[in-house]
Design a protein around this ligand. Sequence first.
Ligand code: NAG
Ligand code: NAG
Ligand code: NAG
Ligand code: NAG
Length: 510
Amino acid sequence: MAALPAFFGLLMAAIVTAQHVEITPLKAVRRVGDELTVLCKVPYRIDSCRMTVGPTSYRLIPNNQGDVVYAGQGLEVGECGANIKHIKEEWNGNISCVLPPKSGSIEVTGTMQLLVARPPGDIQLLTPPQSSFKEGDIFMAQCIVPNGRPAAKITWFLDDEQVLVGTHQPIITSEPGSDLQTISQNVSRALVADDSGRRLICRAEHESLDKPKEASRQLLVHYPPKRLDDSSTITIFGLKLSAEGLLNVTVRSNPRPHAEWTIGDLKLVAPQKNEDASIEALEPIHLGGGYYNVTLLLSRVAKEDVDRTYYLTVANDLGREDFSVRLSTMDEPAARKAKSSFLIIDIYGVELDTGAIVGIVVAVLVLLIGIFLIVFAKATDRWCFAGANGVRDHTKSSGESTPAGDVLLESGMAQPSRTDTESAVGGRERSRLGALGARMRAALPRARDRVQATEPRTEADDKVLSEEKKGVVYAELQLGEQTAEKPPPPSTEYAEIVYTEQNQQKESKE
Ligand SMILES: *[C@@H]1O[C@H](CO)[C@@H](O)[C@H](O)[C@H]1NC(C)=O
Ligand SMILES: *[C@@H]1O[C@H](CO)[C@@H](O)[C@H](O)[C@H]1NC(C)=O
Ligand SMILES: *[C@@H]1O[C@H](CO)[C@@H](O)[C@H](O)[C@H]1NC(C)=O
Ligand SMILES: *[C@@H]1O[C@H](CO)[C@@H](O)[C@H](O)[C@H]1NC(C)=O
């Protein structure tokens, strides 16, 4: 048990001693010939300063000259630094400063690590030996950058594009007894058609290299002919009767495909003409990237050419693809490509998708409602919009009249519910009309309206509207009483629209 405190004491002593010297930097990478400044500090005055660089121990005295010279603010502030010029390969390793202790006779030391960079050996890219691959194959490559100090850094590219997916964890190894490091990294990739012709590059970067080293190999990916659109029949538009006709189909294939056209009983294997040279199957033309232009040339398009179907078979070693081709003398419809929307309306060549249609309908509705409201207000000569104070308190609505010229209008566009603000209009009746009520009022242009609209307490407009459809609406004309403030013109009639809902009828009659 006594061993533990003793061990602790030792540990503490070690830490205290180690902390005595503060050394910066702790680690540095330099090339041969570079320079480095190492600084050691203690919090007391010192009278000597030594630095061990490689096999040699240097005594550092301010203002002395040489390859390793004193650096720092002075011995009296406890600074012992070295400016090391022309770094040599053999200095790779630890650099230590040795300083006198504050008390006692055991010197204190600080140690940092200098890595003298050494360029790695030749980069090796190991790939499967075969010259070409099939689409979907998993391609595996390994890149090895040997014997660098420190280890090199590997990055992968496909042409100019960095490969980030499929790179494995790099592995760094070193020979026993050597500080040179070998790094290797694997990459795997499921090959796609677009990879064909691209170059896989392993790039090694290293402190001691001005320019990264690279190793690369080209990928060749083979695949059977593929159609570019999913439709089973290709229609060639815009052909003219009695003129030359080109039936061109673009396919993707690697290696190069063979094309065979079947026209009725006639079979043409490109490049081939029929007897009278009126039909010619042209040799597929490579457009680049594995795309081929496969064309049948009709020297003169006749009526019966338009009616028949041309069959094309495109094949290579890996497979085949069949096409049927039809001719049309019409122009190609403009709205063929957009497939993203469920509903597409084509108006004079202008495509409208679902979103645009909904937008237009909403805009038209908003416009119509706006026009309706303005026309209504003008026609009835009433401009005071009660919307801002819109009150829905149906208990106050009975037996009170509206002064002349007062239009009670609400747009019916989802107003937030409000409590009664009686004071604002001095106890006048204010009522709220939904879209249905407003329409009824429009039918009575010169009338002064006294409207009793009983609404459900939920006061959500949509709900109101849907409830109104279920309920019964009464409209009656009645002579209203006058309010004290504003006598109505003598000709005025009052229209009362009573919307009655069964369960709230009692309340509203109060
Ligand atoms: C360098 O210093 C580290 C710790 O500071 C030590 O572990 C290592 O053994 C030293 N290397 C040499 C070659 O002295
Ligand atoms: C990398 O690939 C090589 C050869 O294909 C293989 O031997 C090695 O185990 C792989 N390493 C990793 C980490 O996948
Ligand atoms: C035929 O060629 C024209 C251009 O010459 C091209 O726009 C069209 O897409 C091609 N048709 C097919 C089906 O590949
Ligand atoms: C395909 O080839 C024909 C005949 O050479 C040419 O007229 C046509 O424009 C080509 N189509 C494409 C898409 O290159």
